[in-house]
Every structure is written in structure tokens, then in C-alpha cells.
Design a binder for this molecule. Structure first.
Ligand code: CA
Length: 368
């Protein structure tokens, strides 16, 4: 009985084996479907549900999840959660977070060469800067700086040209900058310090209180897109046009080990989704600026629009040029970045002058 059963069993196994051998075997890669899921933790400098900047991180998270069929997820912690708006660089570097959304020039205390990748005073407009990043060697230079820290940095959305900030008192001369306590980060802060001002950086969530309590005399944040809701116009009526941030690109920071753990297809999904989110932020910021500028003009006629007098701008420009020369002399990589930006600005601006600028000038002349 058992013998018979064993024979039948052996015969069936042999038959199965022969059938199996007959069939062409699928390649090994297809035999093991990719089922591993990844979650990246992102810390943002901004508060919860922050407009425009927060829209960008939420869009990124939604896009990567959809594109990857749920294999890649991004969870977002805002400043109220991690309590360290200016700790994003350190937290991502340490691997406490896989990603960050912030601004490169906040990290000048960590590495002075990070200064150049948000914006530079008197430098490129948003289209010029974006062209520099993607076609003028900007991304490669940024990669070089952040590689020193085990980090990757990608463009994270542009605010467009920024307003020069909110002042309690008018600035009529260079002397008026003496002792002026102003929230202004980045290279522009260095420039103002050279002219006797006292620049400082304050997280967005504390700006209004700092201005209201006279911790600072003036501040710059972004432009109508984000300034209106902050209420600065209630305590500082003079709203100056810009010189310091003719463009400002935020950044996505990524811990290199977190990046390298991702399979190539998820890396590409993340790369493309970051680029889309950054591009969409620029158009959203432009739109919100236009909408809120109209609101400011209609509903807040007490806002006094000013432009810095020419001697003040000339002094700022002179200080800016001197500082650039000093920073370039002190650090070979800084020189490489500064030279790259100067060369690119010269080429791009020649085109801007004969295209956008010429068009806008002739439209203005038509109205005169
Ligand atoms: Ca700003």
C-alpha cells in the first residue's frame, strides 16, 4: 500500500519537475518583486500649514507617494514639532531626519559657503538664478559644498524677488543704518553690518513679536505673498522695495545615507518630484504676491512704499563688492562660486536687458 503510494508520489514529482524544466525561467529580477517600502522623515523650518513653503513640502509628499504607488512616503514635521527651525541642517546631517526644507543661507555658521545658494544681494533674478542652477553649474557647486557634510541639497522653491522689508522709520541716508537692528539673514546681513547696522536672524514664528517688542527696528521676510498675513504693516508702516534678495531659492536637504538607501527608481521619483514642487512654488509665490499686493493697495492705504535713496543703495553695493572680494580671497571654493555667479550674471543680464527689461521699459514709456 505504502509502496504504491510512494511510487505515485515520486512519479507525480518527476512529472512536475519535467514540466518545470520545460518552462522558460523568468529572470531573477522579476522573480523577486520590489515590495520594500520607504518612509523619509522631513523637518521643515516653517510652522504647521505655512502657506506656499508648506504647500511645497506637502505637494512633494503627495507626489512621491502617488508616483511610487505608495512605496515612498514622506512624513513632515513642522517647527512646532521639532522645536528647532534653525536646527534642520544639524538634524538632517545627524540622520535624526532624512530630509529638510529650509534655506541654504541659514547655515552660514555651519559652513560659510552655504551662503551663496539662496540668493545674493545685487545679483540674479529668479529666472537668471534658476538658469544658473540648472545650466550654469550652480547645482554642481552646491553639491560640492554639501558633500563636505554628508548632505545633498536641491532647489526647494523660489519666492521671486523680495521686498526690502518693513521699517518703523524712513531710511534717508547711510547714517540712518547706524545701529539699526534688523532681521535680515544671508550675505545681505553681512553687508548691512559693514555699514554699522546690527543684523540678526529670527525664525519666522517669532518675527512679529520681535518687531512689536522693539527687539528689532526693522525686518525683511519675503513680500506681499507671505508678509500680509504676518501683520507687519500694523507696527512698521514703511515698506521698502528690494535690493538684497532679487530672488530666493529654498532648499531640500537630504542625508546622503538616507538617499543611498533608496533604490534608483525611488531616487529618480524623489528627484523629479522635488523639481516639480520647486517649480510650482515659484508660480504659486508669484500668484500670491500679485493677489496680496492688490489687497495691500486696496485695504491698507497706510502702507508707505519706499525705495532706498540712491546714495544708500550705492553704499550697500560698495560694501557688497568689498565683502565678495574678501570672501573670495579667504576660501578657494567661495571664489569658484562667486566667480561662477558673476560670470553667469553678466551673460544672463545682457539677455534680460534686451528682452524683459526692454519690454518693460517700452511699456512704461507708453504710459508716460
Ligand atoms: Ca527674505
Amino acid at each position: 500500500m505504502y509502496d504504491r503510494l510512494l511510487k505515485i508520489l515520486l512519479a507525480s514529482m518527476l512529472a512536475l519537475l519535467l514540466v518545470a524544466c520545460d518552462k522558460p525561467q523568468p529572470p531573477a529580477a522579476q522573480a523577486t518583486p520590489v515590495t520594500q517600502n520607504f518612509t523619509l522623515k522631513l523637518a521643515e523650518t516653517w510652522g504647521p500649514n505655512y502657506p506656499i513653503f508648506g504647500d511645497t513640502t506637502r505637494q512633494l509628499a503627495a507626489t512621491v507617494e502617488q508616483m511610487s504607488g505608495g512605496r515612498l512616503r514622506i512624513t513632515i514635521d513642522s517647527a512646532n514639532k521639532h522645536k528647532a527651525p534653525f536646527g534642520v541642517f544639524d538634524m538632517v546631517k545627524a540622520g535624526q531626519y532624512d530630509m529638510g526644507h529650509s534655506a541654504s543661507y541659514y547655515w552660514k555658521g555651519k559652513d560659510p559657503d552655504t551662503l551663496y545658494f539662496t540668493n545674493m544681494p545685487f545679483s540674479m533674478t529668479a529666472p537668471e538664478q534658476l538658469a544658473w542652477f540648472y545650466h550654469g553649474g550652480g547645482l554642481q557647486l552646491m553639491e560640492k559644498v554639501y558633500a563636505r557634510h554628508g548632505l545633498l541639497s536641491f532647489p526647494g522653491g523660489n519666492t521671486g524677488g523680495q521686498m526690502g522689508g518693513w521699517f518703523r522709520k524712513e531710511i534717508n541716508s547711510v547714517e540712518d543704518l547706524q545701529g539699526l537692528k534688523m532681521r535680515i539673514p544671508g550675505f545681505a546681513g553681512e553687508v548691512l553690518a559693514r555699514l554699522g547696522a546690527k543684523p540678526t536672524n529670527i525664525p519666522p514664528g517669532e518675527l512679529y513679536t520681535a518687531l512689536e517688542r522693539n527687539t528689532i527696528d526693522a525686518l525683511e521676510w519675503v513680500g506681499p505673498s507671505l508678509d500680509l498675513r504676518m501683520g507687519f504693516h500694523k507696527i512698521a508702516p514703511y515698506y521698502y522695495t528690494g535690493w538684497h534678495e532679487p530672488s530666493a531659492e529654498l532648499q531640500f536637504l537630504i542625508n546622503r545615507q538616507s538617499w543611498e538607501r533608496l533604490p534608483p527608481d525611488l531616487q529618480e521619483i524623489l528627484r523629479v518630484a522635488m523639481r516639480a514642487a520647486a517649480a510650482d512654488m515659484y508660480t504659486l509665490a508669484y500668484h500670491k504676491n500679485a493677489v496680496n499686493w492688490a489687497t495691500m493697495q486696496q485695504e491698507f492705504p497706510d502702507i508707505q512704499i519706499r525705495t532706498f535713496p540712491k546714495p544708500v543703495l550705492a553704499a550697500l553695493k560698495k560694501a557688497n563688492d568689498e565683502l565678495l572680494a574678501e570672501f573670495a580671497a579667504a576660501d578657494p571654493l567661495a571664489r569658484e562660486i562667486i566667480d561662477s555667479q558673476a560670470d553667469y550674471l553678466a551673460r544672463a543680464r545682457a539677455w534680460t536687458a534686451i528682452s524683459d527689461q526692454a519690454y518693460l521699459n517700452s511699456m512704461r514709456d507708453l504710459q508716460d
